[in-house]
Every structure is written in C-alpha cells, then in structure tokens.
Design a protein around this ligand. Structure first.
Ligand code: FDA
Length: 393
C-alpha cells in the first residue's frame, strides 16, 4: 500500500494544475488517470490551439444552480495569473476574437507546460490506471489496476460526460454520490442543435453557410455567427445558446441583427417596386439561403415588392428579426464541448472546493455544477478551481 498526502483523479486541465500547485506547496501528490495520455481535451481544444483563457473572464460568463459559487475561486486565480504562467514558459499566443487567447503553435505547449510544472514540483503523474474502488476509513483507500494507494485527501477532477471517446466517464459523479452528494441533472452544453426532418433536409442544402445572427433563449443572448450543417445548426451563436436552451423550447434567431426588417422591406418596396422579393433577399443573404428561407416560410418569392401587402411584410419581418426556431434536440455528448450540471455546489465550499459532507474530499473543474461560455471560460474555471483546492490541501 503506497501512501500519499493527496491523490487526484483525472489528469485533465483541472487535475494537472491542481497537482502541480499542491506539490509546489509541499504535498506528496499522486495524479491518476485511466487514459494513455494526459490532457486529451486540452490537446484537441480550440482546433488544436487551445483557447486557454479569456481576457474578459468574469462570473457572469458561467452557468450554475448558484451563480455566486464561482466568484471566490475566479477572483483568487484570474486569467492574468494563468497568462503569467504561459508567459513564464514563453508560449506564444494571440487574441483571436472577443478576448479569446489561443496558442500560436499548438495546444501541446499547454499540456507540456502543465506536465513540466508537475515534474518540477514533484507531483507523480500515473496514466493507464483503472480505479476499481474508492473507500474511506480515516483516509482514502483506492484500489486500482496498478495497486492500492492511501491518501489523506482525495481530489475528484474527472471532468464531465462530453466526448466519451476521449475518456469521459461518470466516475466523478459516482464518487460524489458515494459520499452523499447530490448531482444537479447533467446535460450536454456548447453543442449543435439538430433539426426536425423537413427543416433538416431544407437547411442541409445550405450546409456550410454561416451568417451573423443574435440568438436568444431563456436568460441567454448572444451575437455571433450561426452555421448551417447537415444535421441542423451550429457555430458560436448556437453553441452558446444551447447551454441556455431547454428541450421543447424555441430559440429566437434574428437573421438581420443590425436591421429593422420591416423598415428595410418597406423602403425597398418604395425604392424598387418592380424588384422581386427573392431578388431582394438574395441581395441580403447568400443565394441558397435566401431560397431555403423562402421555402421554409412560404414567402411569395416570385412577387414584385409593389404587389406584397402590409400583413405579408409584417410576417416576413417578424420571421427575419425573430425566427422562432424549434430544435429537434442537440447532437448530445458525442460533440458537446461541456457538460452542464454536476456536483451540487451547495454541498461544496466555494473557497476551498472541499466537500461540506465528507472531510478531505475535493471537487474541481467540470465535474462541478459550474459551466462556462464558449471562449476559454471553461479552462479558466478548471485553472481557478484547481488552484483554490491546491491552496487548501
Ligand atoms: P477534463 O475532461 O479535461 O479531464 C478529466 C480527466 O479525467 C480526463 O483526463 C479523463 O481521462 C479522466 N477520467 C475520467 N474518468 C476517469 C476514470 N474513471 N478514471 C480515471 N480517470 C478518469 N474549453 C475552453 O475553455 N477552451 C477551449 O478551447 C475548449 N475547447 C474544447 C473543445 C472540445 C472538443 C471539448 C470537448 C471541450 C473543449 N473545452 C474548451 C472544454 C474543456 O476542455 C473542459 O471544460 C475542460 O477540459 C475541463 O477540465 P477538467 O480537468 O475538469 O476535465
């Protein structure tokens, strides 16, 4: 039986950062993962360039059953702290858009940095280890495929359910439940919408076309691009709003976010009475999309603007500025970037990330019911919650 001060389960973003910082503070740390490689999600994130934080990260960018929970950790380890670490390793990066920082070269730079930090401070990273049992009797006892381990503290950094092919499992939630924690129901977030069959066929024809929109649902409102795909709709506007969407609800899409569509239609009628509606729409949207919209809403595309009445213009304007799009569902965990819900934050200390129910048990990163927007916010939560726990271990 090997003894450690702290065992961390999950060598992802949160687990690696916590291991390095706990070891820096003198803890004897073992970091376990069943995967062959550490930080797999970091490696594929941001199209292989890892959007590792956001210049504007703040608590407003997170969803949780308790929106105040994330404040403490985020304020004690900010984006500037992580940027300072990246600078120390001389990793080149750039702001892509909206404060999103990406590596210039590769996400491998971030994983290498985190592993170097673990090595420098003496945290042991052990991969390919299946954990078959976790028990508590004065200390935590882990039975694994590589032997048995004891530790005074156990940090759960197993992440969420998104992308099972990258090693995601419900293990973190299972450990939480084993020690009496409740789980806020989980669902896929930052995920494309699928459409009902007829709409899927229609908009499948315009797959690859992206348009600037605003998307609103529940408390969420985003102004970014929407992309039509073979399955439905995606792009940053859709991924963002998916985290706020409830099944069965419509999403309000404004296809002309800078234009009052009724004004535009009426002034076009006045200026170009002989123009066909379809021609007007093709001036405003890519041609194939204009045709798909005419088909979707049964607009009189062949009619001259002069021959279209006020009621019809009202209907078209409302569909352009406030399209009530009803998704069929989402693509689910297969393509979701994050998992909403997770370990109930009411049962975890926001200062230390320690369980309020079980001494020495900590939860960090995505396994906790804190989910960020698209744009580097989820990694910032992983770094900040990991640091909060490491300071308390
Ligand atoms: P993470 O998932 O990183 O790590 C969990 C670890 O636990 C894994 O190594 C896993 O193998 C291990 N594990 C799970 N079950 C286990 C078990 N039973 N036994 C042992 N080990 C186990 N965010 C962002 O801010 N910017 C971005 O650019 C992106 N891009 C992005 C792209 C894609 C495709 C995805 C899927 C996700 C993103 N994200 C993102 C989200 C981000 O990757 C995510 O929020 C963090 O990786 C969460 O960090 P964690 O350490 O909590 O979990």
């Amino acid at each position: 039986m090997q003894q450690y001060d702290t065992i961390i389960i999950g060598a992802g973003a949160a687990g690696l950062h916590c291991a390095a910082n706990a070891a820096r503070r003198g803890k004897n740390v073992l970091l376990l993962d069943h995967a062959k490689q550490a930080g797999k999600k970091i490696l594929i994130s941001g199209g292989g360039r890892c959007n590792f934080t956001n210049l504007y990260a703040s608590p407003e960018n997170y969803l949780s059953s308790n929106p105040h929970f994330c404040k403490s950790a985020l304020s004690r380890y900010t984006q500037w702290d992580f940027i300072a670490l990246v600078d120390r390793y001389k990793i080149p990066y750039h702001e892509k858009t909206l404060g999103q920082l990406f590596c210039d070269n590769s996400a491998k730079d971030i994983v290498r940095m985190l592993l170097d930090e673990c090595a420098e401070h003496g945290a042991k990273v052990q991969l390919r280890t299946d954990i078959t049992a976790v028990e508590y009797d004065q200390c935590y006892k882990l039975t694994t495929s590589a032997g048995d381990y004891n530790a005074k503290q156990l940090v759960v950094a197993c992440g969420g359910l998104s992308m099972p092919k990258l090693g995601a499992t419900p293990f973190g939630y299972q450990i939480a439940e084993q020690f009496g924690h409740s789980i806020i129901p989980v669902r896929a977030g930052l995920v494309p919408f699928t459409l009902h069959e007829e709409q899927k066929q229609r908009f499948g024809e315009v797959s690859g076309i992206s348009v600037p929109v605003t998307a609103a649902s529940g408390d969420g409102y985003f102004r970014e691009a929407m992309l039509f795909t073979h399955r439905g709709v995606s792009g940053p506007a859709v991924l963002q709003i998916s985290s706020y969407w409830q099944p069965g609800e419509p999403v309000s899409i404004n296809l002309m976010p800078d234009t009052d569509a009724l004004d535009w239609l009426q002034s076009s009628q006045h200026n170009n009475p002989k123009m066909q509606l379809s021609t007007l729409l093709q001036n405003a949207f890519p041609k194939r999309l204009a045709i798909a919209l005419i088909d979707e809403f049964n607009w009189p595309g062949d009619k001259r603007l002069a021959d279209i009445n006020k009621a019809t213009f009202n209907a078209i304007a409302s569909q352009l500025n406030n399209w009530q799009l009803k998704p069929n569902g989402t693509e689910g965990y297969r393509t979701a970037e994050v998992t909403l819900g997770g370990v109930n934050v009411d049962e975890v200390s926001s200062k230390t990330m320690e369980s309020k129910l079980q001494p020495g048990l900590y939860f960090i990163g995505e396994v906790v019911d804190v989910t960020g927007w698209l744009g580097g916010y989820n990694f910032q939560w992983a770094w900040a919650s990991a640091y909060a726990a490491a300071e308390a271990l």
